[in-house]
Design a protein. Structure first.
Length: 228
């Protein structure tokens, strides 16, 4: 069964699922609990550990340590993400199908999308899968002096086009958002070093006109230029 076929099953409980990912229901415009109702996605560890370092590392640890007993091997594992269900659904769509759908409200929660990608180790796994170090491209310099791994989420055509179509004000807002760029100053943020490096690499490739000192201002430009 292909990843696309398995993705169609994650909304309902089924026998082949051995990982349950839980998250919060997104209720736009409704009042009530900040957490909201819990949503479950019925996933497959074989696919998750191919694309996510957090699952790959857990599987390797259990294999080496013998932590999984025979009677526990058939049980579903539960994995909680403190994120909105529609954002988690799109991350899972990428893991299973290699594509992302940009629904209404995606722009406002782009930092959340990146934080889930970062937490699951999707970009980290893409870097691990490279057979040799990535070469620099002297004809196309960027702030972090690197190119993207072949399996980077930022090479997904939809993400590239979405970033390319955004207004300049949106790009500036992303780079000023502490949830995205907090790592620049503090080394800590909702989005980690690897994801921020990849985002900047993609932006300098497709939108170099927006990453100039005239647009960013001297302070932000200097922060980006000195990053990585």
């Amino acid at each position: 069964m292909s990843g696309h076929d398995k993705f169609l099953k994650i909304l309902v409980e089924h026998e082949a699922s051995d990982v349950v990912i839980t998250c919060r229901a997104h209720r736009q415009g409704r009042q009530g609990s900040s957490r909201g109702q819990e949503v479950e996605f019925y996933c497959h560890s074989a696919i998750l550990k191919r694309c996510c370092s957090v699952f790959a590392d857990a599987a390797e640890f259990e294999s080496l340590s013998g932590a999984v007993k025979l009677q526990d091997s058939a049980r579903q594992r539960r994995f909680e993400l403190w994120a909105d269900d529609d954002i988690v659904f799109e991350v899972l769509r990428y893991i299973y199908c290699g594509a992302v759908y940009f629904h209404l409200g995606f722009r406002a929660r782009f930092a959340q999308f990146l934080s889930v990608v970062d937490f699951l180790g999707i970009e980290d796994m893409a870097e691990r899968q490279e057979l040799e170090p990535l070469p620099r491209e002297p004809t196309r310099p960027n702030f972090v002096g690197r190119t993207l791994p072949a399996a980077s989420i930022f090479l997904e055509p939809g993400i590239r086009q979405w970033l390319q179509d955004l207004h300049q004000e949106d790009i500036l807002a992303f780079l000023q958002d502490d949830l995205i760029s907090g790592t620049l100053d503090h080394g800590v943020g909702a989005v980690g070093f690897s994801i921020l490096c990849s985002l900047l690499t993609k932006l300098i490739e497709i939108r170099p006109q927006d990453l100039t000192v005239e647009v960013l201002g001297e302070q932000l430009y200097r922060r980006l230029a000195n990053f990585g």
